[in-house]
Design a protein around this ligand. Structure first.
Ligand SMILES: [Fe+2]
Length: 388
């Protein structure tokens, strides 16, 4: 055994925990939060309660921006919005940022935390910037269950000129606190639940199997798999069931912890060009590939039987080979149940447009090496061509 394991984010998990935000800010000696709130949930009763609890606290001063981008975060928007949080001398008027929303909103809060204390355009900090001023603290309140952004330092931003998702990824951006309040996720529309939940499933499976995985992250991945897989199977038939929602959210949180301590894989990598060029939401863009990658891995001898045993109703007495065959079938069955498209045509990828996607696959070679069995650039291209 020889590995590193990091977990930098404290967590508060439970129904109505977000209502205590003012108290949690004070525990961190923070009093001037910049609130970035998802436009889709700004009008919900629970959101209004969270904000009014903050506004009525005499020791807290808030400045709020309702996130209204119709696309995933980009550097240009970051430049535009950052001005709202600076005084006349260019200093931040806030002492932290709170992201209340899905992964994009939390990523945007992380990005603002960095760019309000670093001069120039946001794109200067793309990739993995070093030797920059430490970001302000970020507090993450995910309202969807899936991205894991509440525990990772990564923040995805698109460079509109290069048509690439590069991000602002500084280790200063591990959120100081994640508040996981399942009340928010009960209100998620099913399309968001599926996309974010499948994102978490991709994180779980690929961080479990990645060549850089370790015994400790796999403990988190196994529990995450059990929570996410079994409850995603149920959620469509029981969308208002808080217990099912809470278990998916818990699983997604564990999946994020597993991911930051391991690696990803082909599905995670392939989701990026599909998202950038065909505007497919990140979770769905990984979901379409994951059963195919699992099948590829099983055919090459990779063993998922330990995860198969965690599926509700699984038959533990099956042989290892039979368990793996069943596992592949269960992955395709879950995708079918959740209406994940079986191919790429529904996203506009066809014989006429597929070259746009194929052109980006060479750059994913390094990410593919995270897969536990060989998955080459040619395998990636063949998979895409088979899926149109
Ligand atoms: Fe992801």
């Amino acid at each position: 055994m020889d590995f590193d394991f990091n977990l930098k984010t404290n967590a508060k998990f439970g129904t109505n925990k977000a209502l205590n935000l003012a108290q949690y800010l004070k525990e961190l000696s923070l009093s001037r939060p910049g609130i970035i709130i998802d436009g889709g949930i700004a009008g919900l009763e629970h959101t209004r309660k969270v904000l009014s609890a903050l506004e009525s606290d005499p020791d807290i001063t808030i400045r709020t921006w309702v996130y209204d981008l119709r696309h995933e975060p980009d550097y240009d928007s970051l430049d535009r919005i950052k001005a709202m949080f600076l005084d006349n001398s260019g200093k931040p008027v806030t002492d932290c940022f709170v992201g209340i929303g899905g992964g994009s909103v939390i990523d945007f809060a992380k990005g603002l935390s960095t760019v309000v204390v670093n001069p120039g355009k946001a794109v200067l900090y793309k990739g993995f910037p070093v030797k920059i001023n430490p970001s302000l603290p970020t507090i993450a309140i995910p309202t969807t269950a899936g991205t894991g952004s509440e525990v990772t330092f990564n923040a995805v931003f698109t460079d509109n000129n290069q048509k690439k998702k590069l991000g602002i990824n500084t280790r200063n951006n591990y959120p100081a606190l994640a508040i996981l309040d399942p009340v928010f996720t009960v209100n998620s529309p099913m399309s968001v639940t599926v996309s974010s939940g499948m994102d978490a499933l991709v994180h779980t499976l690929e961080s479990y199997s990645a060549v850089q995985s370790n015994p400790l992250n796999r403990i988190f991945a196994r529990e995450a798999f059990s929570m996410i897989f079994n409850n995603l199977f149920l959620v469509k038939d029981h969308p208002g069931n808080g217990e099912i929602r809470a278990k998916i959210q818990y699983g997604a949180y564990l999946a994020g912890i597993s991911l930051i301590n391991s690696g990803s894989g082909p599905s995670g990598a392939l989701s990026y060009p599909l998202g950038v060029h065909f505007k497919v939401p990140h979770g769905m863009a990984g979901a379409v590939f994951i059963p195919h990658i699992v099948r590829h891995n099983v055919q090459a001898g990779y063993d998922y039987s330990e995860l198969y045993d965690l599926i509700d109703g699984s038959c533990r007495s099956l042989s290892m080979n039979a368990k793996n065959e069943q596992f592949v079938e269960k992955m395709f069955a879950l995708c079918k149940k959740l209406d994940v498209p079986p191919n790429l045509s529904g996203f506009g990828v066809n014989a006429g447009t597929v070259d746009i996607l194929l052109a980006d696959i060479d750059a994913l070679e390094r990410a593919f090496t995270q897969n536990p069995v060989p998955f080459t650039v040619d395998d990636g291209k063949k998979l895409i061509l088979n899926m149109i």
